[in-house]
Design a protein around this ligand. Sequence first.
Ligand code: 7RM
Length: 629
Amino acid sequence: MSDRKLSGEVFYPSKEVLDRTQVQCESIYQSAEKDSLSFWENEANKLHWFRKWDKVLDDSKKPFFKWFINGKTNIAYNCLDVHCETYRRNKVALVWEGENGDFRSLSYFALRRETCRFANVLRSLGVKKGDRVTIYMGRVPEIVTAMLACARIGAIHSVVYGGFSVESLHERLEDSQSKVLIVADGAYQRGKIVELKKIADEALQRAATVESVLVIKRTGHEINMEFGRDFWYHDLMSSPIAGNSCDIEIMDSEDPLYLLYTSGTTGKPKAIMHTHGGYMVGTYSTTKYVFDLSDEDRFWCAADPGWVTGHSYIVYGPLLNGATCFMYEGAPNFPNPGRWWSMIEKYGINILYAAPTAIRGFMRYGDAWVKRYNLSSLRLLGSVGEPINPEAWRWYHKVVGGERCPIMDTWWQTETGVVMISPLPCTPLKPGSGTKPFPGIQVDILDEKGMRTDDDEEGYLVIKNPWPSMLRTIWNDPERYIQQYWSRFPGMYLTGDSARRDVDGYYWIIGRVDDVIKVSGYRLGTAEIESALVSHQAVAEAAAIGLPHSVKGHAIHCYVLLKAGFEKSDKLIEELRQHVGHEVGPIAKPESIEIVDSLPKTRSGKIMRRVLKAKALGIDPGNLSTLEE
Ligand code: 7RM
């Protein structure tokens, strides 16, 4: 580390933090800089392989990169079995608190047993290596065991966020051609029940490939069970088919681990594919180094397992490290805005990893809710999902972290699998900046022509070299994988974000350059919202844009052109909002819908969302030469 003074507002690491982490931080930066492939290889060597790789990276068919060639492993084996051979066998792996006060705690031994039983149940339903299994439930321990059970038997899981609705679930079941759906009867959310099974029944009417549905009882309300198709999880788990042991499927490094759908520039959400080998190495090492995770820690990633953050940092990363993870069911402000802080005190959480939207939400309730609880167990904080505003950063640092906890502002994507730009605990911090690339990652910022931008100049954020946990392809659509990520600047991965780099080499993420909207940290595409609107009988055309929102980051605003014979009314607008909620999910419900007579379009007929956005913000729309009228 250089001793040169950094520009702007800087928070230097305390002596305590440096004593703990400096040696490790410096050594990994150095070794990755010297040779990133041997850095990753060294990390891979800390995990269990049934057979070691012949070669670390194969880039002969780029951009279809392969990692740990001919290595044989299984990520679930590394998450559970490996620890059961050590003193960690009886260590708590997962602590869980339900919204209704339920509590569960599972040791590594117990989590492995539950996973094995679950895996046997899946096998009894005919699930084999390579089959896709969709998982649709709330934040209950079974979502973790469901994912691990799939991984154990080589099935490819596709988790669909419980906040998504009929059409979103249907699309994902179809596209992945899932054989089995694992669903909960319902989920508790702010004291109410979200009827997941009912939504699933509607989605299943049109999903031809699903042979069986495994239903987990959470809320216990009356649901429809279709004879021959639907099975109660607890019935099968207590029957002889669910023995306590279950043969592990030996997986090739490059065998798919999961699909996760995410929104892109145009069209339907696409399934990002991750693998057993590389993804395991990435989640293991980033969790360890970014969060300085140690054996005594209780780690809480407050995301949802339905999003990539939950995959990598609730489930895989922490378990690979043998940590104790915490998970809760419910919402940050129910029954009151003290819920999170009460749980940190009660369960002695050491590391909290949360989204800026949650932090901004808490800020509104004032400091008192936080100060009511003893948060002295906290040692380190994390932020993810969108840029964190410096005000929110300072509040998080001061009020939540008691000025003693460094904040790791981690930039990454579903596609990258793991954190790409982030401080390590020893890094001097600047509020609002993700600081520097993780060891072994090379990023850059380019202008329209592909030239490196000057300091402080905005441009396209790209990643210049492959990394183990990178997406391998878009499921069923390798062409789109090439087109979307590797075509704009040859040989480089296009992130879709714009960013700038300051004089100290620190990165500042500005936001998406495409039609992706981040609402409360959740990624949505304008295309999905527009398709939902157009599927309503009254709508001829629709455009969706994201406008700044003080808590959500961005909120969705829509413009709608009605079909002849339909009249504009408040009732219709409300009906359209509900319709989007029903089709895509409550998170996608537009903040406002305006009925208009025309939409700004290019001569080739593309809706110019930036013109709508500029108009709504009262700013200059820029170049209008392609506008039709
Ligand atoms: C992890 C996740 C990815 C998009 C990404 C960015 C934005 C995420 C940060 C951030 C600024 C951050 N995956 N983003 N983290 N922007 N600072 N620390 O969110 O696939 O759902 O979204 O999220 O725009 O491209 S995601």
